[in-house]
Design a protein around this ligand. Structure first.
Ligand code: HEC
Length: 253
């Protein structure tokens, strides 16, 4: 019994060493009065639950600060009902801090944005997350000839895909329509490389792509394209109105 008590004591003593430094090093966080306290109190625990990162809440001048003024280091995260844009910011020296970056990333992520949007005061939404950062930070440069792309798509792809939305008879069951695919965030990547994936691999040859085909293995009328044709198809698809497939399902933390 005594040994057990001593052991427990030692464990908690050592434990205090292990825990103290991390709490002491936790960044502090504050917010301007314009940001509702309840909103901050709603957001932070959900963030900490996901990331195990915690901040010391302080009244003013925290290491991390929610403010209505654009900080030197920071980014816009939501807009209040009044239209005021709220930023999260920190000092230059903490701009690369992993806890700070984790918070910014989370606030801009789908779960973070959903959390911000979910918060209610007297039944109504208070904060509106900033627009999702386009996944296409990869700049999409459209260089192709749209009309040639339309023609190629109609001549070759329409066999299996619905290319024109008004076209009732095109497309076969398991091939997604061009409009539906245009709504995918990564439509550009898919349309730039479709000839390398099944089922196209077996019937489409693209001159200059570096992918050699054994023509004997192509059993149905082969489709021969050039690399520039791919650009044209991309330009054509870019011009299509994406099909609204509904909002992504939001998983709330
Ligand atoms: C023989 C029928 C057929 C033809 C012809 C065809 N496709 Fe497809 N395509 C398919 C099918 C089936 C799928 C779905 C594959 C899957 O879900 O795995 C597909 C998928 C795609 C995708 C999505 C690929 C991905 O990464 O998910 C793109 C983009 C695409 N096709 C573009 C084209 C273009 C452009 C043409 C014309 C040059 C074309 N297809 C011609 C049958 C065809």
């Amino acid at each position: 019994m005594i040994r057990k008590t001593i052991k427990l004591f030692v464990v908690s003593w050592i434990g205090s060493f292990l825990i103290t430094p991390t709490t002491a090093l936790a960044l502090s966080l504050s917010h301007e009065e314009i940001v509702p306290v309840d909103l901050v109190q709603y957001i932070l625990p959900r963030f900490s639950l996901k990331t195990r990162v915690r901040f010391d809440r302080v009244e003013t001048s925290g290491d991390i600060h929610f403010s209505a003024e654009e900080p030197e280091v920071g980014t816009a995260v939501f807009t209040l009902k009044s239209g005021t844009v709220i930023y999260i910011g920190t000092s230059t020296s903490l701009g690369e801090d992993s806890d700070y970056i984790a918070l910014v990333d989370w606030l801009l992520s789908e779960p973070g944005r959903a959390t911000i949007a979910d918060f209610r005061q007297e039944g109504s939404q208070v904060a509106f997350p900033v627009e999702a950062v386009e996944a296409a930070t990869v700049e999409v440069v459209i260089v192709g000839d749209l009309e040639n792309g339309r023609e190629l798509s109609t001549n070759h792809c329409r066999r299996c895909h619905k290319v024109d939305r008004a076209d009732k008879y095109a497309g076969i069951g398991n091939s997604p329509s061009f409009h539906a695919m245009r709504s995918f965030e990564d439509w550009y990547t898919r349309f730039s490389a479709f000839y390398a994936v099944s089922p196209h691999k077996a019937l489409i040859s693209v001159e200059g792509s570096g992918i050699e085909k054994d023509r004997d293995l192509i059993t149905i009328a082969p489709i021969d394209l050039k690399m520039s044709d791919i650009n044209d198809i991309v330009a054509f698809v870019h011009s299509l109105t994406p099909l609204d497939l509904g909002k992504p399902i939001q998983v709330n933390p």
